[in-house]
Design a protein around this ligand. Structure first.
Ligand code: ARG
Length: 480
C-alpha cells in the first residue's frame, strides 16, 4: 500500500516498497498518538498567538484533532497507511481542517516533535511507575505489619548469619523501592522542559512564543539549545535505568522468595494460585511467576544496554537510529509495570512462617555473635570473645550440642566471665532486641521504621498527585 508522505518534493520517485516498509515506524509510534495530538493542539494555539494562523483556523485544527482522536480510538483510521504518527496526524488533519492543516507544521520539525511526544510520554510514564511502586510499598508495609514477632535467619554468603525479624527483612525491600521512587520523581523533573522551537536542529525561523507553549504543555522550562534538544535521549536512558533498577530489586526479592519457599528453607509459603504443577512430577508446586519476573529482569536490563548502545557514538543532532528508541522504551516500561503488578499479588498471597529456636535455629549457631557480645559486656575484648565463642561452637558441633546446652561450669573453662545470665542473653528474643541501632532488627527499631515509612508513603502519594497535575490534558487544551 502506498503510504502518504509529508516530505515529498525533492524526492520524486516512489520509494522502494521494501525500503518504505523498513523505514516506517507507525506500528510502534502510534502508541504516542495522544502525546502527538496534545503537542499539536498546543502548537496550533501557539501559532495563532503569533498570527501564523487565525482564530478560525485554530478552531478548525483543534476540532480536527479531537476528531482524529475519536477516529483512532474507534478504529476508523488505518494507521498502516502512514509512515509515522506525525504524518498520520497531519494527513488526517488535512481532510478535516483543509488548508489550515498545512500550516500546523510551520516552524516545527519531526525532530523536535518526537522529543515533545517522548517527554510528555516519559512524564506520564514516570508518574505511572511511581503509582505502581507506591502500591508495592503499601503491600510491603502491610506485610511487614502483619508479621510482627516472626523471626527468620538472615543469610550472608548464603550461610545462616543472625536472626532477624521477618518484618525487618521485608522493610529492606521497602528501602530499595523507595529509592527507585525518588529516582523516578527526578526523572519526571528532568523531563519537564519544552523541546518545541528547536525545529530540525538550528531553531525556528518564526517568533514562536515558547513560554506560552511550555505553559500550555505544562512544561516547567524551555529547552536551551536546539542542537542538544534534537540529539539527546538522556530522559529515555534515565527512565529505562529506573525500570532496570526496579527489576533488579524485584528479581532479587523473587529469588529470595523462591529460596525461602523451597522445602529446604520452608519459611515462606506461596499461595497455589501463583504456582504451577509439573506435567510429569505429580508432587510439584513451582513458583513460576517469581521465576518469570527474575527472567524479565534480564530483558529490562537488556533494554538499558540497548538504549545506551543506540546513542553511543551517534553524531550530533538527529539521526534515524533514534527511531528505534521507542521499541526499547515501550518494552522496558511494559515488562516493568506488569512485573510490579503481579508481584504485589504474589506478595499479598505469601505467608511467612515463624522459626522456632528448637527447630531451625540451632543448626547455624546464629546466636554466636550475641554470645561474643555477652562476654564483651562483661569486660572481654571483642577479638578474644570472638575466638572463645568460635572454640565453643567447634566443641558444640563435635558433641552435637546447642550453645545453650553447655553448663556454666564447662563454659568457665573457656572464660571466667560466663555466668548463668548467659542463657537469657542468647535467647532468640534477646538476639533480636539487642540490635538497638535505628537501622537494626530490634522490635523497637522495626516498629519505628514502619511508622516512619507509613508517613513517608503518605507524602509520596501527595507528591504523585502533584505530578499528575503537571501533565497536560488534551481535552482541556482543545476546550472540552
Ligand atoms: N520517526 C522519527 C523518530 O521516531 C521522528 C522523525 C524524525 N525525523 C526525520 N527526519 N526522520 O525518531
Amino acid at each position: 500500500m502506498k503510504k502518504e508522505k509529508i516530505w515529498q518534493g525533492r524526492i520524486q520517485s516512489d520509494p522502494d516498497s521494501l525500503a518504505e516498509k523498513f523505514t516506517a515506524s507507525i506500528s510502534t509510534d502510534i502508541n504516542l498518538y495522544m502525546q502527538d495530538l496534545t503537542g499539536t493542539a498546543a502548537y496550533a494555539i501557539g501559532l495563532e498567538s503569533i498570527g501564523i494562523i487565525n482564530g478560525d483556523e485554530k478552531k478548525k485544527i483543534l476540532s480536527g484533532l479531537k476528531k482524529i482522536r475519536e477516529n483512532i480510538e474507534k478504529e476508523k483510521i488505518c494507521p498502516g497507511k502512514y509512515e509515522d504518527v506525525h504524518s498520520l496526524v497531519e494527513y488526517e488533519l488535512c481532510a478535516l481542517a483543509g488548508d489550515a492543516a498545512g500550516k500546523v507544521h510551520t516552524g516545527r520539525s519531526r525532530n523536535d516533535q518526537i522529543v515533545t511526544d517522548e517527554l510528555l510520554f516519559i512524564k506520564e510514564s514516570a508518574a505511572e511507575a511511581i503509582s505502581f511502586i507506591i502500591s508495592l510499598l503499601d503491600a510491603i508495609l502491610k506485610k511487614a505489619g502483619s508479621c510482627a514477632g516472626l523471626v527468620m535467619p538472615a543469610y550472608t554468603h548464603m550461610q545462616k548469619a543472625q536472626p532477624v525479624l521477618v518484618s525487618h527483612y521485608l522493610l529492606s525491600y521497602y528501602e530499595k523501592f523507595s529509592r527507585n521512587c525518588k529516582k523516578l520523581i527526578q526523572v519526571f523533573e528532568d523531563s519537564d522542559w519544552l523541546p518545541l522551537g528547536a525545529a530540525a536542529c538550528a531553531g525556528s525561523g518564526y517568533g514562536l512564543n515558547t513560554n506560552l507553549l511550555a505553559e500550555l504543555l505544562k512544561f516547567k522550562r524551555t529547552g536551551k539549545n536546539s542542537m542538544d534538544i534534537v540529539s539527546s535521549r538522556d530522559y529515555l536512558i534515565d527512565y529505562i535505568y529506573c525500570c532496570t533498577m526496579i527489576m533488579l530489586n524485584l528479581g532479587r526479592f523473587c529469588e529470595d522468595l523462591i529460596i525461602y519457599s523451597s522445602q529446604e528453607f520452608s519459611c515462606a509459603d506461596i499461595c497455589e494460585k501463583f504456582c504451577t504443577g509439573s506435567s510429569i512430577m505429580p508432587q510439584k508446586k513451582n513458583p513460576d511467576i517469581l521465576e518469570l519476573i527474575r527472567g524479565k529482569s534480564a530483558v529490562v536490563a537488556g533494554s538499558l544496554t540497548q538504549i545506551i548502545t543506540l546513542v553511543k557514538g551517534l553524531p550530533s543532532t538527529y539521526n534515524s537510529d533514534m527511531q528505534e528508541d521507542k521499541k526499547i522504551l515501550f518494552n522496558a516500561k511494559k515488562e516493568t509495570l506488569d512485573s510490579i503488578e503481579i508481584f504485589i499479588r504474589v506478595l499479598e498471597h505469601t505467608e511467612f512462617k515463624a522459626f522456632s529456636i528448637e527447630d531451625k535455629m540451632p543448626e547455624g549457631y546464629m546466636e554466636a555473635t550475641d554470645a561474643a557480645d555477652y562476654l564483651v559486656k562483661k569486660g572481654q575484648s571483642f577479638r578474644s570473645a570472638h575466638h572463645i565463642i568460635g572454640k565453643i561452637v567447634r566443641y558444640c558441633i563435635k558433641n552435637n550440642m546447642k550453645l545453650s546446652d553447655i553448663p556454666v561450669k564447662k563454659l568457665k573453662e573457656y572464660s571466667p566471665y560466663f555466668e548463668s545470665d548467659f542463657y537469657a542473653s542468647i535467647s532468640l528474643k534477646s538476639c533480636i532486641n539487642s540490635k538497638i541501632t535505628s537501622c537494626g532488627t530490634s522490635e523497637k527499631s522495626v516498629m519505628n521504621n514502619i511508622s516512619k515509612n507509613t508517613k513517608e508513603l503518605d507524602k509520596l502519594k501527595k507528591t504523585l498527585n502533584n505530578l499528575y497535575s503537571r501533565i497536560p490534558d488534551f481535552d482541556e487544551l482543545t476546550g472540552n
